[in-house]
Design a protein. Sequence first.
Length: 252
Amino acid sequence: MITIKTKEQIQKMKAAGEILAACHREISKMIAPGITTLEIDRFAENFIIKNGATPEQKGYNGYPFATCASVNDVICHGFPSHTKLKDGDIITVDMVVNLNGWLADSAWSYPVGNVSEQHLKLLDVTEKSLYLGIEKAVIGNRIGDISNAIQIYAEAEGFSVVREFIGHGIGKDMHEAPQVPHYGPPNVGTRLKEGMVLTIEPMINTGTYRSKIDQDGWTARTIDGGWSAQYEHTLAITADGPLVLTSQQLDR
């Protein structure tokens, strides 16, 4: 069942989103060859707690970290580790913040040092696909309009769109209805109504969209070794258009 949020509840989620966005802004300053993803995870956990919130992912279905740290061919749910980032890597940091029972969810991909043109294009296309999806998140449209806008653009640029992992509703629970795929035809799926709160989080690959899961039961990576990027925002459907609750920029 889809839970419609009041304006007051959306503002509570926005407060959680502001902490999350501020954390991403600080992480962006840390990304460099030589840092470990475990260092990033520890920073994020401390930052969230110092700001009066909690990292919702830690302990979720047994997940042991405050963030997911997905490097290069890892699509999502990568475990932070002591492995140092190298020049030319790309990393996606994904986290969920709980502030007084209300959640916000956002992932962001970062280049590490000097990144190849192909992988810089991957980052650019993935971020643009997120915002193309957000543009379709308006009252009266359907979920499929979001999905199709992302797929059409990403595939036209020569990349593939992950099928196995999708966006979702969010509120007091991390995963609520409706599901938000990033591929498929337009004019299908749930019709968008004021008060819905969703994540849009396209995962875009250089090779095939197909994935496999590591022995840890969490880490999803491409089956062909292609690299993957992800950008994600939590947003509310409002009468004035989509309201991004995890914006890292004041003008978005």
